[in-house]
Design a protein around this ligand. Structure first.
Ligand code: SAH
Ligand code: SF4
Ligand code: F3S
Length: 452
């Protein structure tokens, strides 16, 4: 069986890895660990013991980068204490800032998202005053042949990256610049990875891409053997009925009826869609270059709910984008009510250098007003989340147990297919089991349930 958990070996050199940003970065850190284990390293969660400190970074908003700059100052102190230790900045911020990261005189290694295979070479080449940098972007790197070393704590749920990069040019977004062009990964390697996870006790895979609906694997044999996202979902769902499948992110302009029908057909494809809307105003959506309208979005929501009643729906929202008026903001609030989201990630707009929006539109909503609008959005979502949970009271769900509840050691927690977290008495069950529960009451974040 392929070894997919970290190697425990005190004699090896130690790497410490911190991960910022999205789920794809979490999975990339697992790819990095796989490459470094092959190079003789073992993972440590104690920075003070590491020979190599890596930060896998995010550039999506300015505050994500500021956090890493703060960490670089702490890495500096670690280097004062232990001069031999190497510091590497990898991921999206490495790609965006390139050799500017070296000005700190702390960083020894800079590697972008497509150059992780070069890490052993970069590390070997570092000498005092002579750092290693590789930030080339690739048209075809998918790390398809690398078995990620799983760093999750529960051993139940794992990420599988199915594509890299992004071909959309949402005007606010830095991802196309940090991750390069979109490319899909060979479906056979995806299915194989899911099989290995299942053999190792995992019961849930989460397929990741910036826009999974544009996944497309071109068959070298014939176009009718091409694999699109609906087909890929089917292939992964067929690994085992005991293995649940999740995915994100869906793009409202691309999510197809085919995908919805495939979801409905398989019990083990979780009924949850993360469908970032960003704004409820057509004027903003146009400026954001999202390529759909409010009406199109709400039609997709209606279709999702007609094909899969009870399907969980979550979203991302940006408050205070360039030129956003009070009316545009009201449109976002009214769309949230109309879509009745179960949950949302909500952000203030943060201008990213080099993006279309940074070049074309002034970032003109005052900071205090952005905060006010964001708070209004968050307050509304809290109410919608609570109402959504209240609608579940009395219903039964199949839950995959993820671990012991933090509040009460006699209780377990896990997610229903719709992505809602349920808490319930342990009753002899353990992590990795499927259990049926009935919802008794709720908070805005949790469904309090009993075993049935
Ligand atoms: N590929 C996904 C989103 C990836 S980024 C998609 O297209 O939906 C995750 C979220 O970060 C985005 O959905 C957006 O809401 C937010 N985001 C991206 N750029 C941002 C910026 N410049 N300022 C604030 N939020 C941003
Ligand atoms: Fe960014 Fe848009 Fe691509 Fe999502 S689809 S990663 S928001 S450019
Ligand atoms: Fe951040 Fe890069 Fe992900 S910018 S959100 S880590 S793709």
């Amino acid at each position: 069986m392929t070894d997919i958990r970290p190697i425990k070996d005190e004699t090896r050199k130690k790497v410490y890895i911190e991960t910022y940003g999205c789920q794809m970065n979490v999975n990339d850190s697992e790819v990095i660990l796989s490459i470094l284990q092959d190079d003789g390293y073992a993972l440590t969660d104690d920075m003070g013991k590491a020979d190599l400190i890596l930060a896998n970074t995010c550039s999506i908003r300015d505050n994500a980068e500021q956090r890493v700059w703060g960490r670089i100052e702490q890495f500096r102190q670690e280097k004062v204490r232990r001069p031999g230790v190497l510091v590497g900045i990898v991921g999206c911020m490495a790609e965006r800032l390139k050799d500017r990261l070296l000005d700190s005189h702390v960083v020894d290694i800079v590697a972008g998202p497509d150059t992780y295979r070069s890490l052993p070479r970069l590390i070997a080449g570092v000498t005092p005053g002579n750092p290693g940098i590789d930030v080339a972007l690739s048209r075809d790197e998918t790390y398809a042949d690398i078995a990620p070393v799983r760093m999750d704590r529960n051993g139940v749920s794992a990420y599988i990256t199915i594509m890299r990069g992004c071909n959309n040019v949402c005007s606010y977004c830095v991802v196309p610049y940090t991750r390069g062009v979109e490319r899909s990964r060979d479906p056979e390697t995806i299915v194989r990875e899911a099989e290995v996870l299942f053999e190792n006790g995992y019961r849930e895979v989460n397929l990741l891409g910036q826009n999974v609906d544009s996944y497309l694997w071109k068959s070298p044999v014939s176009p009718d053997k091409d694999v699109d996202f609906a087909r890929l979902l089917e292939m992964v769902a067929e690994v085992s009925p005991e293995m649940r499948v999740r995915f994100s992110t869906s793009h409202p302009k691309d999510i197809s009826d085919d995908v919805l029908y495939t979801m409905a057909m398989y019990d083990n494809i979780c009924k949850h869609i993360h469908l970032p809307v960003q704004s409820g105003s057509n004027v903003m959506l146009e400026k954001m270059r999202r390529k759909y309208t409010r009406e199109w979005y709400l039609e997709r929501v209606e279709k999702i709910r007609s094909v899969m009643p009870g399907c969980g729906l979550s979203t991302d929202i940006i408050a205070g984008f360039c030129g956003e008026t009070l009316q545009d903001h009201q449109d976002t609030l009214s769309l949230m009510e109309a879509a009745a989201f179960d949950s949302a990630f909500m952000f203030q707009y943060s201008e990213r250098p080099g993006t279309l929006a940074a070049r074309k539109y002034p970032d003109d909503v005052p900071a205090a007003e952005k905060t006010r609008r964001l708070n209004e959005i968050i307050a509304l979502q809290n109410r919608l989340s609570r109402e959504s949970n209240e609608r579940e009271i009395g219903k039964t769900f199949e839950v995959l147990v993820e671990g012991v509840s933090k509040r009460n050691g006699d209780e377990l927690f896990g997610r229903a297919g719709n992505n809602k977290v349920c808490v319930f008495p342990a009753g002899g069950h353990k992590t990795g089991d499927y259990v049926s529960v009935k919802v008794l009451s709720c908070t805005s974040a949790t469904l309090i349930s009993e075993l049935i």
